[in-house]
Design a protein around this ligand. Structure first.
Ligand SMILES: NC(=O)c1ccc[n+]([C@@H]2O[C@H](COP(=O)([O-])OP(=O)(O)OC[C@H]3O[C@@H](n4cnc5c(N)ncnc54)[C@H](O)[C@@H]3O)[C@@H](O)[C@H]2O)c1
Length: 260
C-alpha cells in the first residue's frame, strides 16, 4: 500500500489489539497515518505495535476500557497532546453474546450495550470537538450485518449494532456541514481471533467452521484486511462522497437466499 496522507495525519483505532482492529491499524499505518491504538489488551496492543514498526509505520498504544467515560476522555486528550488531533476515528472494539432475549441477563445486556454502543458514543463525543476545531474529520464505526438483519440468538448484539448504525447516521446529519463524515461498515463473518474462539469451543469445530463459511454466498469468511481496506478507502480522499451510510461487506450473506 502506498502512502495516501501527509506525515503527521493521526488516526485513532479502537480494538487494535486483535482481529479487524489490528488489520485496520496496520493498513492505516502502511498508508502513512500515525496510529493511536486503544484497547484493553496490553499484550495484543504491543503485538500490533511491533507489526506496524516492522512495516515501517508509527503506532502508539493506549490501554483503556472504552466503557469508562473518564478514561476515554483523558486518553483522547493525551492522544491530542502527545500524538496530535485525530483526522480519523475508527471504532472497532466490540463483544458478542450468543443469547436470545429470554437468555439475556441484565448484566449481559448492559455489558454488550456498553462496549458496542456506549463505547463509540464516548470516543466520538471526546474526539468530535478536535475534528470540528480543524473543520474536518472522518468517523468510521464497525457495526455488523446484525445491525441490518436479525441473527439467531444475538438479541443484544443486533440491538447494539443497529444502535451504532443509528448513531453513525445521527452524527452525519448533525455535523456533515461542519466537515465531518460518519460512516458505518456492516461486516458479515470475518475470520478473526473472536471467530477462532467460537469455533474452538464448538462441539464439532470443523462442521461449525463450514457452517459459518457457508452463511456467505461466497462460501468463505471474510479476511480482516478486507474490512481494513474499506476503512482506508473511506478515510481517504476517494471516500469523500460517502457520508451517513451503512456499507454492507458480507460476501452476499444478507443479499437473499440461493436455496430455492
Ligand atoms: N469477526 C466477525 O465476524 C465480525 C462480524 C461483524 C462485525 N464484527 C465487529 O467487528 C469488531 C471487531 O471484531 P473482531 O472479530 O476483530 O473481534 P476481536 O475479539 O478479535 O477484537 C475485539 C477487540 O476489542 C477489544 N475490546 C473489547 N472490549 C473492550 C473494551 N471495553 N475496551 C477496550 N477494548 C475492548 C478486545 O480487547 C479486542 O482486542 C467488533 O465490533 C465486532 O462486533 C465482527
Amino acid at each position: 500500500m502506498t502512502r495516501t496522507v501527509t506525515t503527521g495525519t493521526v488516526a485513532v483505532v479502537t480494538g487494535a489489539a486483535s482481529g479487524i482492529g489490528r488489520a485496520t491499524a496496520l493498513r492505516l499505518a502502511r498508508g502513512g497515518y500515525e496510529v493511536a491504538m486503544m484497547d484493553l489488551d496490553v499484550a495484543g496492543l504491543a503485538e500490533t505495535g511491533t507489526r506496524i514498526q516492522q512495516a515501517g509505520g508509527l503506532a502508539h498504544p493506549f490501554t483503556v476500557d472504552l466503557c469508562d467515560p473518564l478514561a476515554v476522555g483523558s486518553v483522547t486528550r493525551e492522544i491530542a497532546v502527545t500524538v496530535g488531533a485525530p483526522e480519523v476515528l475508527v471504532n472497532v472494539a466490540g463483544i458478542g453474546l450468543a443469547a436470545n432475549v429470554l437468555e439475556t441477563s441484565d448484566a449481559d445486556w448492559n455489558r454488550v450495550m456498553s462496549v458496542n454502543l456506549t463505547g463509540p458514543f464516548l470516543t466520538i463525543r471526546a474526539t468530535l470537538p478536535l475534528m470540528l476545531d480543524r473543520g474536518s474529520g472522518v468517523i468510521i464505526n464497525i457495526a455488523s450485518v446484525g445491525g441490518q438483519v436479525g441473527l439467531a440468538r444475538r438479541a443484544a448484539y443486533c440491538a447494539s449494532k443497529a444502535g451504532l448504525v443509528g448513531l453513525t447516521r445521527a452524527v452525519a446529519v448533525d455535523h456533515a456541514r461542519a466537515g465531518i463524515r460518519s460512516v458505518a461498515i456492516c461486516p458479515g463473518t470475518v475470520e478473526t481471533e473472536w471467530i477462532g474462539k467460537i469455533l474452538a469451543n464448538a462441539p464439532e469445530p470443523a462442521a461449525a467452521r463450514a457452517a459459518m463459511a457457508s452463511r456467505q454466498l461466497d462460501g468463505r469468511m471474510g479476511a480482516p484486511d478486507e474490512i481494513a481496506a474499506m476503512v482506508a478507502f473511506l478515510a481517504g480522499p476517494e471516500g469523500r462522497f460517502v457520508n451517513g451510510a451503512a456499507l454492507v461487506l458480507d460476501g452476499g450473506m444478507t443479499a437473499g437466499t440461493d436455496q430455492g
